[in-house]
Design a binder for this molecule. Structure first.
Ligand SMILES: CCCCCCC/C=C/C(=O)SCCNC(=O)CCNC(=O)[C@H](O)C(C)(C)COP(=O)(O)OP(=O)(O)OC[C@H]1O[C@@H](n2cnc3c(N)ncnc32)[C@H](O)[C@@H]1OP(=O)(O)O
Length: 676
């Protein structure tokens, strides 16, 4: 809707009213068209000022409408009629002016913005005002009423022609194509800029419309719209006992403790302090404490310098003494990923913490219930699974154990939001959601190496699909020794395993010993300068093909009598993506995740899944569930020794029920026990 009011005698004030961000829904567009027409007809009105309710100009087109049939006045003709209007039009921009909101502002003859110095420099706005933008816009309108409008109409401006504009666009296009990894919209943006710079206004607009039509109809647009709402819905968590985001109060956290100042503990400390929370950071070793202190201080100083503020170092206490934790509201344990060590820390914490202090564990997959069981406060224990580097990565899995209280979950979710993470509440199982699925994706990748692929081929296929980095590059970055240690701890590698020709069969299923064999050679990835790839020196980042790995793989296949075959990019994507989705369906069956959207958000923000592909569950829906089922059945027939390739019950059920849209999957999961 749009509200119309006449103010200061000669000004029509049109207020966009569609909370929370005044998106341009059909009703809003209709309201604008009617209000503009009224203003144009009213002889007393000399100028029109547009603003948004609650000091938010406009968040753009209403994305919710994109999935249905569009009704109401179309956006572009509406903006054209404003621009062509015979009365002065001014946009009073406060808060946001995004997408169609910015277009509406650009259609006006004058603009202002409350904070965007950069927009001023770019010539997008004419003045930056302190105080009320609406008042400033009205004063501006009154001061320019009567001046000719044609020079203010953007459609009448000559294209910005530079002699080398074509070359500049070619260069930009090449760069964008490389960076966008298959995403169509960034490429179309450069093409639209080229059209704007080189063609007359109407032709440029026509070209933009064509580009927009293509994008609008694409699966990528659907994926991005889905990802947008999935991200926002993830915050609206619910537990089977009825507790949910809007009926459970989170506790206020003023002071927190962080246990362990390794890579994760340092990143978590930085996040908390940046959000204004006092942190007591604990180490057991003086040297480690000192190096943690230096690293955290340096990170905060760098960040503060970038933002032109002073680093909040006064919020930090570094200590070797657990007793300093007695006043904190919440503790995040971030010690080494070792169950016994974590249990010891949890018992020690209970001796010093107040009885009502929450204990959170930053584990990437250990049982939250098992850890909670050693404490005197099981309802106050939850998992907070951060992703490395913790001060950079947006994702936080909040793990609700079987005895975690709604208040503890609410507090961890609220704290995550406060430190600007995208939080997803998940249930407790080995690996939770993200790493439980990752295991199967990693398995498929190494099986393909056994069968004939190289790390380069697998990575290239994944990067062409849109991942920022292929799985083998990611493994080198995170360190191959991490998984090796986990496999040792879980008994998959031990004294019984032949070090020269290890078995390819463990726990009744196929096992690929290649990663273990690499670790035995000291190839831990970037940190040792050698992993699946070769690096110039330990710690360097540029991955180069390593002929030794090619020979190693050849020898390995020869040793085990494997005849290598050509593996296509299609097979790489199918085996990786469909394995992920298949485990995602099992996770939904087990009720470890509340919805497919939550799983997709985890993969988008924690594992580099390309946004223009929505997430593994959305991708499966887009490819078609019956196709995914057929492919999984095929791969399971070919690899009967890989039970995880067997299609999940839920996938079969959904296909049998006619492959309903992803939003309806939840209602097809009935009578299954929930862990959330
Ligand atoms: C009819 C014409 C069709 C063709 C038009 C072609 C040209 C125009 C294209 C566009 O305009 S596309 C849309 C461009 N706009 C955006 O992409 C903005 C997206 N929104 C945001 O980035 C953020 O939401 C924000 C505006 C910066 C606000 O961020 P904040 O963190 O303050 O709040 P959120 O939690 O993100 O959002 C609050 C609430 O509002 C809903 N919402 C936000 N933007 C839109 C929108 N454009 N359409 C519909 N709904 C929107 C969001 O889902 C949240 O809802 P709830 O979760 O609270 O229900």
């Amino acid at each position: 809707m749009a509200r119309y009011a006449r103010v200061k005698g000669s000004i029509a004030l049109i207020t966009l009213t569609n909370p929370p961000v005044n998106a341009l829904s059909a009703a809003v567009r209709r309201g604008i068209v009617e209000s503009v027409s009224r203003a144009l007809k009213d002889e007393q009105v000399k100028a029109v000022v547009f603003c948004g309710e609650n000091e938010k100009f406009c968040g753009g087109a209403d994305i919710k409408e994109f999935s249905g049939s569009m009704s109401g006045p179309p956006l572009v003709p509406m903006i054209h009629s404003i621009e062509a209007g015979e009365k002065l039009m001014v946009a009073a921009i406060e808060g946001v002016a995004l997408g169609g909101g910015l277009e509406l502002a650009l259609g006006c003859h004058y603009r202002r913005h409350v904070s965007a110095q950069e927009a001023l420099q770019l010539g997008i706005v004419d003045q930056v005002a302190e105080g009320s933008a609406v008042q400033a816009a009205m004063e501006l309108a009154l001061s320019v009423i009567g001046q000719p409008l044609n020079p203010r109409r953007l459609s009448l401006r000559a294209p910005v022609w530079a002699p080398d504009v074509d070359g500049v666009c070619d260069t930009a296009l090449a760069q964008v194509k490389q960076r966008s990894r298959g995403a169509m919209a960034p490429v179309a943006c450069v093409q639209a800029v080229r059209a704007a710079a080189m063609l007359p206004y109407s032709k440029g607009m026509e070209r933009e419309r064509q580009l927009m039509d293509t994008l609008f109809r694409s699966g990528q647009a659907r994926a991005m719209q889905y990802a947008f709402f999935a991200q926002r819905n993830a915050g609206k968590w619910s537990l089977p006992n009825g507790a949910q985001w809007n009926n459970t109060r989170a506790r206020d956290v003023q002071r927190a403790g962080v246990i362990g100042l390794g890579t994760m503990g340092r990143g978590i400390t930085v996040c908390l302090v940046k959000a204004g929370i006092s942190v007591v950071a604990i180490e057991t070793d003086a040297k480690q404490l000192e190096s943690g202190k230096k690293a955290v201080t340096a990170m905060l100083q760098r960040d503060a310098k970038r933002r032109g503020v002073s680093p909040p170092l006064h919020l930090l206490t570094f200590t070797l003494s657990f007793h300093q934790l007695r006043d904190v509201d919440l503790v995040i344990e971030a010690v080494f990923e070792d169950m016994n060590l974590k249990k010891r820390v949890f018992s020690d914490l209970c001796k010093v913490l107040r009885a009502n202090t929450l204990i959170c564990t930053n584990t990437s997959g250990l049982s939250v219930d098992e850890l909670a069981a050693v404490t005197d406060r099981q309802p106050l224990v939850v998992g907070m699974h951060f992703f490395a580097p913790a001060h950079v990565m947006k994702l936080l899995e909040v793990v609700s154990g079987s005895r975690s209280s709604p208040e503890a979950v609410a507090t961890a979710m609220a704290l995550g939001k406060r430190i600007e993470k995208v939080c997803v509440a998940v249930g407790n199982c080995s690996g939770f959601v993200g790493n439980r699925m990752l295991k199967l994706y990693l398995d498929q990748s190494v099986y393909m190496l056994e069968e004939g692929a190289t790390p380069e081929q697998v990575d290239q296929a994944l990067e062409e699909f849109g991942f920022a980095m292929g799985i083998f590059k990611v493994s080198d970055l995170s360190g191959l020794d991490v998984g090796w240690r986990v496999r040792k701890a879980s008994g998959l590698i031990g004294p019984d395993v032949d070090p020269v020709k290890p078995s390819r069969w463990r726990l009744g299923r196929r096992y690929c010993p290649l990663p273990d064999m690499l670790c035995q050679q000291g190839r831990f990835g970037q940190k040792t300068g050698r992993g699946w790839y070769l690096y110039d020196s330990p710690g360097s980042k540029e991955a180069k093909s390593d002929p030794e790995i090619q020979t190693f793989l050849k020898d390995y296949r020869h040793k085990y009598g494997i005849i290598p075959r050509r593996i296509t990019s299609q097979e790489v994507i199918e085996r990786c993506a469909f394995s992920l989705a298949n485990e995602g369906f099992r996770i939904l069956e087990d009720r470890i995740a509340a919805s497919p959207e939550d799983i997709d958000v985890i993969y988008l923000f924690g594992y580099g899944w390309p946004r223009h592909r929505g997430g593994p569950m959305f991708y499966a829906a887009q490819v078609g569930l019956s196709v995914v089922l057929e492919k999984l059945e095929h791969y399971h027939r070919v690899h009967p020794d890989v039970p995880s390739l067997e299609p999940s019950r839920l996938l079969r059920r959904l296909v049998a029920e006619g492959s309903p849209p992803i939003q309806q999957w939840k209602s097809h999961i009935k009578n299954l026990r929930s862990h959330l």
